[in-house]
Design a protein around this ligand. Structure first.
Ligand SMILES: [Zn+2]
Length: 312
């Protein structure tokens, strides 16, 4: 991996475009000399580094400013390592729990795009659920190389670009643990709206900075991370999806199901201690036990017109 260098650029609030309502939330803790190949990898050991953060009062959004220019981030993601195949599988199964409910209201199951698909685990869930013309897009090369033959050819290597897809062609757009990473998350939502058919839906999962776990851990929460250019709350994520044009927006929390070894990785302890604990749970095989916990994730579902959920 080549040494990471970033051209830093100032940023306004990525939701409302204002600077006036923002105040300092935290100074940058980034030390580029300590970054390794996993700095921009998914489900890594937290490194507790984050850019300078400000909070927009108007949107309830915490966002990084200045941040690396999008081009330099693209290089960092392309080169990021990948070692979380098993955890990605558990996450995909959790997110797939929302599919039956969404499917029952979609006009058809033709055209589904997963943005930031990693090794494409969720694409397998979409295929199993009966979706056709399933696609993923992923900026990192390593997870694509780890994808199963069933889905590898469905993954486009690169950053998500709306021009790569036909407008009005999709029934479902999903995006998991990714909108925190984007330089312009509102543009991604608007692009998703543009690509969906009328009656299509989005399903997003991300971190909730107002969740109990995040409030207890404070700046020791793994959500404060060099990869995260913004941190949402239920209010700010609703604002983003509604501003992009979606209706019947629902925001809720989810229970994540992961093996104990992954939960240990997230504990607010020094890395050496955590490696010791992971060894212990691995040797005793306790590490593979799957435990559901409220890890402070929020789920957002929205529709492009005429999409109403059962029981509402
Ligand atoms: Zn704002």
């Amino acid at each position: 991996m080549t040494k990471l260098e970033f051209k830093m650029v100032d940023r306004c609030c990525p939701l409302c475009g204002s600077r006036d309502d923002s105040f300092r939330f935290a100074e940058s803790t980034v030390d580029l000399s300590k970054l390794d190949a996993f700095a921009f990898a998914s489900r890594k050991m937290p490194d507790y580094m984050h850019w300078r953060l400000v909070e927009c009062r108007r949107c309830d959004l915490v966002y990084a400013s200045p941040t690396p220019a999008p081009q330099s981030l693209g290089v960092a993601y392309d080169q990021a390592a990948f070692d979380s195949r098993s955890e990605a599988r558990y996450a995909a199964a959790t997110y797939a729990g929302f599919l039956p409910r969404i499917k029952s209201k979609l006009i058809d199951l033709d055209g589904a795009l997963d943005i930031g698909t990693g090794d494409g685990c969720f694409l397998e869930q979409l295929l199993d659920a009966g979706f056709t013309n399933v696609m993923g897009v992923e900026p990192s090369a390593a997870p694509i190389a780890a994808a199963t033959p069933r889905v590898r050819s469905l993954i486009r290597h690169g950053v998500f670009r709306v021009a790569d897809y036909a407008p009005g062609s999709l029934s479902l757009v999903t995006c998991f643990q990714t909108f925190e990473h984007l330089s312009d998350p509102l543009a991604m939502c608007r692009d998703a709206f543009y690509l969906l058919k009328p009656g299509g839906a989005v399903l997003f999962v991300g971190h909730n900075r107002r969740a109990l776990s995040a409030r207890i851990l404070g700046k020791k929460s793994p959500i404060f991370d060099i990869e995260h250019l913004q941190l949402f709350s239920p209010a700010s994520v609703r604002r983003m999806v509604t501003t992009a044009g979606f209706a019947n927006v629902e925001v809720g929390s989810i229970l994540n199901r992961y093996p104990i070894r992954y939960w240990v990785k997230l504990l607010p302890f020094p890395a050496a201690l955590k490696r010791g604990l992971i060894n212990i749970v691995d040797v005793s095989r306790v590490g593979q036990l799957v435990v559901p916990l409220a890890a402070g994730n929020l789920v957002v579902i929205g529709c492009k017109r005429d999409f109403v959920f059962p029981g509402r």
